[in-house]
Write a protein that binds this ligand. Structure first.
Ligand code: ADP
Length: 215
């Protein structure tokens, strides 16, 4: 489903974030991407979602060469990808419900069906009873669960998460990890970049070291 074929990414003015990376992720797989800070983990995820483009090699998602995707085709690609990234901020002036509704409103869903899906997503992450709350009233772990609900409300086949357990205490980090496992169990392909690979026992792991895949 996802294939990196000799992928490199050089950021200006000459930072090699990824060098000659080959990796394949099958549909329905759970992959952990480990490695030190600055190893290239976020960049790897961003290339899959066409947030960044490779400067060498090819990234294929369902047979499509993401690096060559016309700009206009990117929203269509993203419709099947849920993103839990640090820079995908919650809207702090909107309720929990509205934060999860936003992607569906943008996609043009009928309000009734959208509301049903929003509540299903909030239920999955255990936040159904907080739908009227403002994000500021939530704990760090609850905010992270809200970000996950927003990422999955469009029922993507692929979920990409960048350090989803960062800044969480160990118990909360385990709860968040369990949510990713549940999505994997229902067939979603999940790729998580994390230092906390012990949170995902049994998942296949690869490791980046200064932009190179080491295992
Ligand atoms: P990780 O997620 O493992 O911490 P990143 O993919 O964020 O690693 O970064 C890999 C390398 O690329 C680092 O040296 C980082 O400073 C650099 N980098 C990341 N994004 C950019 C950018 N937009 N412009 C320039 N350099 C970047």
């Amino acid at each position: 489903m996802i294939r990196f074929d000799r992928v490199s990414k050089r950021y200006p003015p000459g930072i090699d974030a990824l060098s000659d990376v080959n990796v394949e992720v099958k549909s329905g797989e759970f992959l952990i991407v480990g490695g030190h800070s600055g190893a290239g983990k976020s960049t790897l995820l961003k290339l899959i979602a066409a947030i960044e483009r490779p400067t060498g090699g090819a990234v294929l998602v369902n047979g499509q060469n993401i690096g060559a995707l016309p700009r206009g085709a990117v929203p269509y690609l993203r419709r099947n990808i849920g993103l839990v990234f640090q820079d995908q901020k919650l809207l702090f002036d909107r309720s929990v419900f509205d934060n999860v509704m936003l992607p569906l409103a943008i996609a043009g869903f009928a309000p009734k069906e959208a509301a049903r899906r929003v509540r299903a997503a909030l239920d999955k992450v255990g936040l159904l009873d907080r739908e009227k709350a403002m994000p500021i009233a939530l704990s760090g772990g609850q905010q992270q669960r809200l970000a996950i609900a927003r990422a999955v409300v469009g029922r993507p086949g692929l979920l990409l998460a960048d350090e989803p357990s960062a800044h969480l205490d160990p118990d909360t980090a385990h709860d968040v990890a369990a949510i990713f496992r549940e999505f994997h169990q229902v067939g979603v392909t999940v790729i998580v970049a994390t230092y906390d690979d012990h949170l995902f026992p049994g998942a296949r792991g690869v490791r980046l070291d200064h932009g190179r895949l080491s295992a």
